[in-house]
Design a protein around this ligand. Sequence first.
Ligand SMILES: Nc1nc2c(ncn2[C@@H]2O[C@H](COP(=O)(O)OP(=O)(O)OP(=O)(O)O)[C@@H](O)[C@H]2O)c(=O)[nH]1
Length: 729
Amino acid sequence: MSNLRIFAVNHKKISSLHIDNVCCSKIRANLRRLKLHLPHGRNYSSLPGIIGNDVKSLHSIISPPITKIRNIGIMAHIDAGKTTTTERILYYSGYTRSLGDVDDGDTVTDFMAQERERGITIQSAAVTFDWKGYRINLIDTPGHVDFTLEVERCLRVLDGAVAVFDASAGVEAQTLTVWRQADKHKIPRICFLNKMDKTGASFNYAVESIREKLKAKPLLLQLPIGEAKTFKGVVDVVNKEKLLWNLNSDDGKNFERKPLLEVSDPQLLKETTEARNALIEQVADLDDEFANLVLGEFSENFDLLPAEKLQTAIHRVTLAQTAVPVLCGSALKNKGVQPLLDAITMYLPSPEERNYEFLQWYKGDLCALAFKVLHDKQRGPLVFMRIYSGMIKPQLAIHNINGNCTERISRLLLPFADQHVEIPSLTAGNIALTVGLKHTATGDTIVSSKSSALAAARRAERKGEKKHRENNEAERLLLAGVEIPEPVFFCTIEPPSVAKQPDLDHALKCLQREDPSLKVKLDPDSGQALDRTLGDKRHLVTVELEAKPLETSSLQPVIDYAQSVTQDLSQASQEAVENGIHSACLQGPLLGSPIQDVAVTLHSLVIHPGTSTTMISACVSRCMQKALKKADKQILEPLMNLEVTVPRDYLSPVLADLAQRRGNIQEIQTRQDNKVVIGFVPLAEIMGYSTVLRTLTSGSATFALELSNYQAMNPQDQSTLLSRRSGLT
Ligand SMILES: Nc1nc2c(ncn2[C@@H]2O[C@H](COP(=O)(O)OP(=O)(O)OP(=O)(O)O)[C@@H](O)[C@H]2O)c(=O)[nH]1
């Protein structure tokens, strides 16, 4: 209750705030809820910025000006320290009251039980917090190579990103992958060289690897004071100040910021002045406006150049992605995280600084992207949305373009890891967490109504962009979607009993909404009956059909009817026949995999009066299965398109390895200092490739895989596979 009292006192002081009583009582109710659900012994401040004396924060939580919003993500190689850095960020911003520790499985963003168990971040959690009057929506992206699609999904909704590096390792393999993904989505970045306290940490080495491996231009905004065991703080190059963390304060909250002086720090001052001059020259090279300023007024003495002018120019250069600001610290040892937060607000763009082309079509109407769906036991599906334009409120009806359906948002929450605070509205630029949307799936575009979508489509059409004209109406309106690759791994699941079928269906539906790369197909039980009496009814079907190979490739069986059959075939019976053929083709006789490239001709069909369509399907399916059993068959295996980007020096071992994997190289391109190997490889040969490639190339290569098609296995491989399957070898 003490929290509520403090809130009430503060609330009296807020004269300019437009929050109605409903909202206040909702927040109070949430505070109560938050207090009751303190997870795992962690301490959470119920609503930081409200509880306490920072009244202004409450206003910014309800409706921050768009210029003060930063939608950012943290991206990195596995184990570089994203989670630890996020924890520190949340702690210093006041969202948590104690420091979480990944090694104890006790962090806010790694909230899924499985993540705790495995100690890696699988699903992104969006967290909202305030820092010095800015609202930061932070999305913790996974760093593991297997979850690249998840990273890509999150990157699309970011306006900026922090790339975290292990300062002892520099640029690692996964950083390369996510860096290229961020390039693809044109996301401005800043770099944080973490683990400066670690044995082997080297600022210069890490900076060099950013230059060499990422081909990026690092802007050194800080220099470390000490390295590895001696690391104790950083120099702010822009302001020529030293930031030292108080050794007596182990949570790193307190640190002192002092100007560098000739008397006390002559050497450090000299190095910093040199670094600042180099920085000014570097930025001037990249930004004409700044170059004019420097050459005009400050060419004689760079020391006179105000820090704000340099910061504004760095912001522009970061936005243009012609260079990346570099900072350093040690998240674990609580050093350097607050300046990182300052840099996020100072250098990364606000939503309105990003040039989202489609915004002009909506003219302020709602346009949002559902980028994540989570299922909460109590609240049902929770949909994380990035609002690009317009506003979202509880009870608002929205139109889902992808699903072509209209549904209602019941509540709007502020995402705070697994704790959420209810709020009355959210405007463009924000990340919203909505409750009540039952049909929206990850990747769907949300607008206010179908007519608003059509109006936007017309505007897009008038704009006359060729690429939009070519697509159909709905597609034109969709925000650039994440390409969902075709599935290559299949499994069959069935409930332990018929009673559990609805639960299984529900679980699969939920999973599909969360992860569109999961595709579920129903394999209808084809039944066993040919001639069967059910109750007092006799079901009898006689069918004669022929299955033969199809010349052209087709995933579905091509069905043909003899003329005598079509004469008296009803629509319902024809559907039943086709269902039967399709269902038989879903499970081939060799491995139970789907059959493709098959043509079926139905020569005769005799249906006893009163036979149900289910029985017709079952009979045709059985007949088809028998035909397939007798036919010659060939196993097809998934063939993947493979693209490996590898530095020249490592090309030979990569090619030699691919040859052993039955790889078929089509082309080798040159991209800067890298070679890009493009070809095909059977999926069976590429399992565990990321580890092998990392070893072969000292972590310098990256690769992308996607299903190309299915190709026939050679007879020897096929018989080995079949023997293995039947347990003979
Ligand atoms: N020495 C040192 N270790 C750190 C630092 N930051 C993180 N670590 C350690 O590095 C390991 C990985 O840290 P995480 O924060 O889980 O890294 P992550 O990048 O989130 O990892 P994933 O969730 O698996 O992608 C843990 O054992 C941390 O304690 C640091 O600044 N210095």
